[in-house]
Design a protein around this ligand. Structure first.
Ligand SMILES: [Zn+2]
Length: 326
């Protein structure tokens, strides 16, 4: 008798366990997280701010690696084959990566080209490093904060479309982040007013500032790096030295990603201050640090630039560089 009762009780317990297993995991957890691949660090940072921790985000181009000549590694194919969404700058910055995506992405995966959806063809800038003859416009839109704002909106809209279950979170994060970008944008305008007008001119090594210059009232008087990203020839260097002397700029700017002995030599030759810490796709600080963000990178650049050109950069201390969403 006792054993029959025990057996019946056991049967009940097994049934209850089976029922529990069919209901587990809860429906919300069963839905898989969106897998997002972003290319350069500033764009991955924009995605991180809007998405928070609700997507699985992979940054394809490591910090400090030259994005203009980056070729994906064979091991990157795994991330590409699994991704639901690719967020690229576009305007031909990441052509080898785009080729690999087209060959390996799963059916239904989407590609978001931010710059191509931010400006129209008549707004493309061609210049010394990105000549029209090569067909690739200058891709550095994100150093203009108004364009970075548009990038964040495009990212928000795409995440909401592809992952409506988390739409409220994406909207809320984006709202907070856009307000922070507006604060940065206004601070740049204010800081530029403190630079003597004659000094609002940029001579840089890597040619990443034309869209920034358009918005904030700088003149790009030149860029030193040739269009194939090699070092300039002796004849070019002589011309640049002449240009630096006649322009009277107090400082010339190099880039963290492209350390150049040539720029150093030009600085020595002309007696003009030479600063090599501007960044366009390399975030400051170690990963996880509060300043290791798009806004942190811009604050870093602006403090350097405004101080070197004779302005007051203190307004940038009022801006929090850290991610709005954890
Ligand atoms: Zn660049």
């Amino acid at each position: 008798m006792r054993s029959v009762r025990a057996l019946r009780a056991l049967g009940g317990a097994v049934l209850a366990l089976l029922l529990l297993l069919t209901l587990w995991p809860p429906a919300v957890q069963a839905q898989s997280r969106l897998k997002v691949v972003a290319t350069v660090a500033p764009i991955a940072s924009l995605v991180r701010n809007v998405a928070g921790s609700r997507v699985d985000l992979t940054q394809l181009i490591p910090d400090g690696v030259d994005s203009h000549t980056f070729e994906p590694r064979p091991s990157d194919v795994r991330f590409i084959a699994e991704a639901d969404l690719f967020v690229l700058n576009g305007l031909n910055l990441e052509l080898p990566t785009l080729r690999l995506i087209n060959a390996n992405a799963k059916p239904g995966a989407q590609v978001l080209l931010l710059a191509d959806n931010t400006i129209t063809r008549d707004q493309w800038v061609f210049d010394r490093s990105f000549p029209e003859s090569r067909g690739n416009p200058n891709p550095h839109l994100w150093l203009n904060v108004a364009y970075a704002r548009r990038y964040a909106e495009l990212i928000r809209d795409k995440l909401v479309e592809m992952d409506p279950a988390n739409a409220d979170a994406y909207q809320a994060n984006a709202q907070q982040f856009l307000a922070r970008l507006d604060q940065l944008d206004q601070a740049i305008f204010a800081a530029v007013q403190t630079i003597p007008p004659n000094n609002r001119r940029l001579l840089t090594y890597h040619d990443s500032w034309p869209y920034f210059a358009q918005r904030y009232g700088f003149e790009v008087i030149g860029a030193i790096q040739p269009s194939d990203f090699s070092e300039p020839r002796a004849r070019d260097v002589a011309a640049i030295i002449e240009q630096v002397r006649s322009s009277g700029v107090p400082a010339i700017f190099g880039s963290e990603v492209f350390p150049s002995r040539v720029l150093e030599a030009i600085g020595r030759e002309t007696g003009v201050r030479y600063i090599d810490t501007l960044r366009d796709d390399d975030l400051p600080g170690p990963p996880g640090a509060p300043e290791h963000t798009y806004i942190g990178m811009m604050l870093n650049n602006l403090r350097t630039m405004v101080s070197a050109l004779g302005g007051d950069a203190s307004i940038f201390d009022t801006i929090d560089p850290s991610n709005v969403a954890s």
